[in-house]
Design a protein around this ligand. Structure first.
Ligand code: COA
Length: 307
């Protein structure tokens, strides 16, 4: 069995922070941020907490999938920004949407989190343990940002995205995930502290490992890059996406981006982008998409999605 995406949903807070707004409290400029990252604005949660955004995205994904909450066997929430330790966010989502039959847990693999959660969901489905589930990436990173640190505060935003997966006949595709704890210091966030990052090290890591793991995925699935319709990468930085496209020698048009609007929303970025593409009718049934996440850990991976 394999999990097919039956529906997508997302929620981004209506409150927008433009690059120029940031220039009011750190020494930066719209020009610098746009040139180095491609980001123009980000959405910052006010009243909404991470769970609220996760719930909204799950409700919308269920509606889009035309599946009732009672059918859901599992909910996985990928997040690094929960304001509560217990109960887990996935149980809170279960309660709010009425998915009374679901097994629920959270997963932390930072910006690779959605990819790792998606792969975990596929493993459950392939083994026959569960049939139908929701995978959510939800983040309120604005709580973890030092708004005085121009090296990080310009990058991140808040939001949530979800996909509903349902088992269909088919053989599970090989999935790729990697972790390298030795390099963990490059991107950290200790309790009661903020996100700290060696931007250049993370940048170099991403542009080296992402193309490599995409090639690994293609090879293991006996596919050529030309057979892939879209490459949906974690939305961290336009220059990272462009560098990956260049290294893979694939035209940039196959790498959709929305980071200009939302910044880096960590584990929410891939499902928010998938939802946008789904609603705009950009992705059609039968298309092949590679999703790829990377971030703290360090961790990274890629997965093949047949829409
Ligand atoms: N505005 C203006 N100037 C800034 C700035 C800002 N927001 N942030 C840093 N600078 C300055 C630096 O102080 C430095 O000045 P100096 O030359 O006088 O010392 C200069 O700009 C260059 O800094 P540098 O850190 O070399 O810039 P960069 O080109 O590496 O860009 C990042 C910085 C953070 C945008 C980039 O490294 C990056 O995107 N890295 C990946 C981060 C990421 O994606 N993390 C999440 C992964 S999941």
């Amino acid at each position: 069995m394999i999990g097919k995406i039956y529906g997508t949903g997302s929620y981004v807070p209506p409150n927008v922070m433009e690059n120029d707004d940031l220039a009011n409290f750190v020494e930066t400029s719209d020009e610098w941020i746009k040139e180095r990252t491609g980001i123009m604005r980000r959405h910052i949660a006010q009243e909404e907490d991470m769970v609220y955004m996760a719930v909204k995205s799950a409700e919308r994904a269920l509606k889009n999938a035309n599946i009732i909450a009672e059918e859901i066997d599992f909910i996985i929430v990928s997040t690094i920004s929960s304001s509560v330790v217990l109960p887990c966010a996935a149980c809170e989502v279960q309660k709010e949407i009425g998915a009374v039959n679901a097994t629920c847990f959270d997963l932390n693999a930072a910006c690779s989190g959605f990819l790792f959660a998606y792969n975990t969901a596929q493993a459950y489905i392939a083994s026959g343990i569960y049939k139908t589930g929701i995978v959510i990436g939800a983040e309120k990173l604005s709580n973890l940002i030092d708004w005085k640190d121009r090296g990080t505060c310009i990058l991140f935003g808040d939001g949530a995205g979800a996909v509903v997966l349902k088992a269909v006949e088919g053989k599970q595709f090989p999935l790729i995930t990697h972790s390298e704890g030795e390099k963990g210091k490059a991107l950290t966030c200790w309790q009661n502290d903020f996100i700290h990052m060696d931007g250049q090290e993370v940048f170099k890591f991403a542009i080296k490992q992402v193309p490599k793991c995409i090639c690994e995925l293609l090879e293991q699935n006996h596919l050529q890059k030309e057979e892939i319709d879209y490459f949906v990468l974690h939305q961290a930085n336009r220059r990272i996406v462009e560098a990956v496209a260049k290294r893979l020698q694939v035209e940039i048009e196959k790498f959709p981006m929305n980071l200009q609007e939302y910044g880096n929303t960590s584990s929410a970025s891939i499902p928010i982008l998938l939802d946008e593409m789904n609603h705009k009718g950009i992705i059609k049934r039968g298309m092949r998409i590679i999703i790829s996440g990377f971030g703290a850990g360090l961790s990274w991976g890629a997965s093949l999605v047949e829409w």
